[in-house]
Write a protein that binds this ligand. Structure first.
Ligand SMILES: Cc1cc2nc3c(=O)[nH]c(=O)nc-3n(C[C@H](O)[C@H](O)[C@H](O)COP(=O)(O)OP(=O)(O)OC[C@H]3O[C@@H](n4cnc5c(N)ncnc54)[C@H](O)[C@@H]3O)c2cc1C
Length: 491
């Protein structure tokens, strides 16, 4: 079947839906715009808060492994993209990181008004005291006992009812991700939303796509299942680091753009636990309201409060048998902290295609990241014990489950010597790079406004544009870059 549009946007996550909402006024004037999304359109009715059922929201059911199986990477495949299951932790790109990126015209001064506007649109707020659950209160207590600065995490929420487990989708759409804000805005203005529509290839101005049938319980789209050839005057790719990069690789762009797929960063993360003598019930309330950046500049990581559902928690412990049973039986007494390492952009960390044309992430943790994650475990242990925990779970310790006696020798007790690839549970939910911005096609894929080098009608507007890691949770920066891309297109 053939279709014709003025503008096609591929992907409805942080980047794609922001472009759609920015260009939506053109749709009101008669410009034909479609927003194609590979994933289903899950509505609020779909969310059950049960982890096994809600893994449908994710690509590859939420545990896409790197090529060597050492890191599990999660991202969304749904209307709303990864903003459907994100937590809503909101950071502006730090000014020093923006300057290090060295992208022409992309300055803190350029970004500041975009951040301010976006923060209003997606309702970024500072959580009040009523949102501090016991896990967060104890984190603050532990940090303060150690003289560590504790900061409020900004969140984009509206009317949060603190039902917990935000990463399984918000039952009431209180999280102000793109499925709640930008997609409805764009659709109301006349942008056509097409769920279950996966774009396979691009050749010139033509996209080849497959529309699958609507999964039970999700909202139907306007196109019937089948194969489509869609022509468009302008095309915006916003499939995320994996989706956009794989699409360009499958379409043969690697020959002219050797940087395609390279310099992927992931903020490698570990969630670690302390066992408190009293009930913490970290699964109640909002999971994240505090962080400390005390170790960002020198050691290269952030510590944020965090808590996840039982299966993910069991995986994060790296324990088996009686020790795992011991910890999981105390699930209601667990404190949780996530260590997010900054990561380095290396050409060898890259998206490539396997023999079936499916994307693969070839990624190896740098020595610096491993050291940062071990240091994070030492710091988190001290915070847990200062908050009153009786035992902690640190996958890179000589003995994973240990009590406060070990704190005198923590530097040798938790060490890269105990870092066993594929045995240490590393996860990532922050994919960045793959179609990085830069000066020219020798070492980048897009210019500073997201235009693919040498292809005036083709743009990228998602996390794949990042030339290096953002150090902080990335969604707001992705939206700000998408805003720049849309602005450039209009101009
Ligand atoms: C569990 C979890 C928690 C997170 N928490 C936070 C947080 O608190 N704060 C924060 O800043 N960030 C968070 N993130 C990360 C953040 O959500 C992502 O960085 C951001 O959404 C990425 O935006 P994007 O536009 O690059 O891609 P996405 O938002 O992932 O959207 C890409 C979309 O494109 C679609 N697509 C891909 N390929 C195709 C194709 N070929 N055809 C059609 N459609 C396609 C995908 O299905 C997907 O829906 C979290 C992520 C996860 C998974």
């Amino acid at each position: 079947m053939n279709k014709e549009y003025d503008l096609i946007i591929v992907g409805s996550g942080a980047g794609g839906a922001t472009v759609a909402s920015r260009l939506a006024p053109l749709a009101k004037q008669g410009v034909r715009i479609a927003l194609l999304e590979a994933g289903p359109h899950f509505s609020n009715r779909y969310f059950t808060q049960r982890e096994i059922e809600m893994f449908d929201l994710f690509y590859d059911r939420g545990a896409w492994p790197t090529a060597d199986g050492a890191v599990t990477v999660s991202f969304g495949k749904a209307v709303g993209g990864s903003t459907l299951m994100y937590t809503g932790v909101t950071f502006r790109l730090p000014d020093d990181v923006c300057r290090q990126w060295g992208v022409e015209g992309l300055t803190p001064e350029d970004l500041a008004p975009r951040f301010a506007r976006l923060e209003k649109e997606v309702n970024v707020m500072t959580p009040g005291p009523e949102m501090v659950n016991e896990n967060n209160r104890l984190f603050r207590k532990g940090c303060e006992a150690l003289d560590l600065p504790v900061k409020d995490i900004q969140l984009n929420l509206d009317g949060c009812e603190q039902m917990g487990f935000c990463n399984l989708g918000c039952v009431r759409h209180h999280k102000q991700g793109t499925a709640a804000v930008q997609v409805p805005q764009a659709v109301a203005a006349g942008v056509e939303l097409v769920p279950n529509c996966e774009v396979r290839r691009i050749a010139g101005h033509t996209l080849e796509a497959t529309v699958k049938s609507t999964p039970p319980g999700t909202e139907p789209g306007p196109w019937s299942p089948g194969e489509y050839r869609i022509s468009a005057r302008q095309i915006v790719l916003a499939g995320g680091t994996v989706g956009s990069t794989a699409l360009l690789l499958r379409s043969g762009f690697e020959r002219e753009l050797p940087a395609l797929g390279k310099y992927v960063t992931i903020h490698p993360a570990m969630t670690v636990y302390g066992i408190h003598p009293q009930k913490v019930e970290a699964f109640r309330g909002f999971p994240k309201v505090y962080y400390t950046d005390a170790f960002s500049e020198k050691e290269g990581f952030y510590l944020e409060t965090a808590f996840y559902y039982p299966f993910i928690t069991a995986k994060n412990t790296a324990l088996w048998g009686t020790e795992l049973t011991h910890v999981m039986q105390r699930y209601d007494r667990l404190m949780g902290i996530i260590i997010l390492a900054h990561d380095e952009a290396l050409a060898t960390n890259r998206i490539r295609l396997d023999s079936k044309g499916l994307p693969q992430l070839k990624y190896q943790l740098s020595e610096r990241s491993i050291e940062a994650l071990c240091d994070g475990q030492r710091r988190a242990s001290r915070i847990f014990f200062a908050a009153g925990c009786e035992q902690v779970v640190m996958p890179n310790a000589r003995q994973i489950l240990f009590g406060p006696n070990a704190t005198d020798e923590l530097d040798s007790f938790i060490s890269p010597r105990h870092f066993l690839p594929n045995k240490t549970p590393i996860a990532s939910a922050h994919l960045q790079g793959g179609c990085r911005m830069g000066q020219g096609p020798e070492d980048s894929v897009c210019d500073s406004r997201g235009r693919v080098h040498g292809h005036p009608h083709l743009f990228v507007a998602d996390g794949s544009l990042f030339p290096q890691s953002a150090h902080v949770n990335p969604y707001l920066t992705i939206m700000a870059l998408a805003d720049r891309v849309a602005e450039g297109m209009v101009a």
